[in-house]
Design a protein. Structure first.
Length: 326
């Protein structure tokens, strides 16, 4: 039971940190701030709720305005390389945005454009993923605790029967031993909820100085998607996360290689989301290592070709997948 309480406490603490981060972005008492019909308006604030094609954004003073996104709304991010387009699905709770548009008859802001920073997007994704995974783990822990209680009751009943019936002592002891093993296995699974194992790494290769996915790279990703579908069909996809990490060879300056490795990671994630409908809750925050951590020598063309890559790493939770050693 100590393990259950410690893990539950960690999860609650994580959820409180996420909630506090969102609340800090929206200081002041919340109050409605409708937009005058026909008025061109620009707002800066944090997304507090999202519902279909609308979301509510709150400024530092607590003013909340409903924003309506249409088919013509442009969603982009700002970075050193320019603006990057994103689908409307990237507008999520906790994201700091700048919205321009015109007020409608219902006091909503009909958005012409919604812009945000790449760092703000990664922060919002981490908050959303943490909250959702925390809720998922809380439910699993509650079910495991209930199962442990049932096992404990069974053990007590079996022990009482063994004490009262000397003739059946050996059989009762065997049942009790098995029950203890089951309880230990359940405890190991709970402990394994914070432990992940690397199941598969898929290297996606790029051309020199490029972050575009060529035909070979897309074929590699298609094969990885087929493997994921096979895992799902076999019931082996529960409790997995995906880590996307970009790299570059040693050609050019390190700063440029770092930016290039980040761009390559984003290109892979874009295809995962837009082509394969990847669930962003399963994505660990991406990272670009630049020209560090090479897997081959940068002194040869063949080695540099291997280093210009994005590694898509599939991780599986040992506790949920029941791969924890007894």
């Amino acid at each position: 039971m100590k393990n259950y309480k410690s893990i539950g406490g960690m999860i609650v603490a994580t959820f409180l940190i996420s909630t506090a981060a969102i609340s800090a972005s929206a200081q002041g008492s919340a109050h409605a701030a409708p937009v005058q019909a026909g008025a061109k308006t620009q707002l800066i604030g944090v997304v507090s709720t999202r519902n279909g094609d609308t979301f509510t954004m709150r400024d530092p003073g607590g003013a909340e305005t409903t924003v309506l996104m249409t088919q013509s709304t442009k969603v982009t991010s700002d970075n050193k390389l320019g603006k990057n387009p994103y689908p409307v699905t990237y507008i999520m709770r906790g994201l700091r945005v700048k919205t321009k548009g015109v007020g409608d008859s219902e006091g909503r802001l009909v958005a012409d454009s919604v812009r945000f920073g790449e760092d703000d997007l990664r922060s919002a994704q981490s908050l959303q993923q943490t909250a959702e995974l925390s809720q998922d783990n809380q439910e699993r822990i509650a079910a495991a605790e209930e199962n442990a209680k049932r096992l404990s009751a069974q053990i007590e009943e079996t022990t009482a029967i063994a004490n009262e019936a000397n003739a059946k002592a050996d059989a009762a002891a065997a049942v009790a031993t098995q029950a203890f093993k089951d309880a230990a296995m359940a405890n190991n699974r709970i402990n394994g909820l914070d432990d992940y194992e690397l199941v598969k790494t898929v290297p996606v290769l790029f051309a020199v100085g490029s972050s575009r996915l060529n035909a070979a790279a897309m074929t590699t990703m298609d094969e990885a998607k087929a493997w994921v579908d096979e895992q799902k069909a076999a019931g082996k996809a529960n409790g997995y996360l995906v880590q996307v990490v970009g790299f570059a060879d040693a050609t050019g300056k390190s700063a440029k290689n770092t930016a290039l490795s980040n761009a390559r990671s984003k290109a892979v994630i874009d295809r995962m989301v837009r082509v394969y409908n990847f669930d962003l809750r399963r994505l660990i925050q991406p990272y670009g290592y630049g020209d560090s951590n090479p897997i081959a020598s940068n002194k040869t063309a063949a080695g540099r070709a291997q280093n210009r890559r994005v590694e898509v790493r599939f991780l599986r939770n040992k506790g949920i997948a029941n791969t924890v050693s007894n």
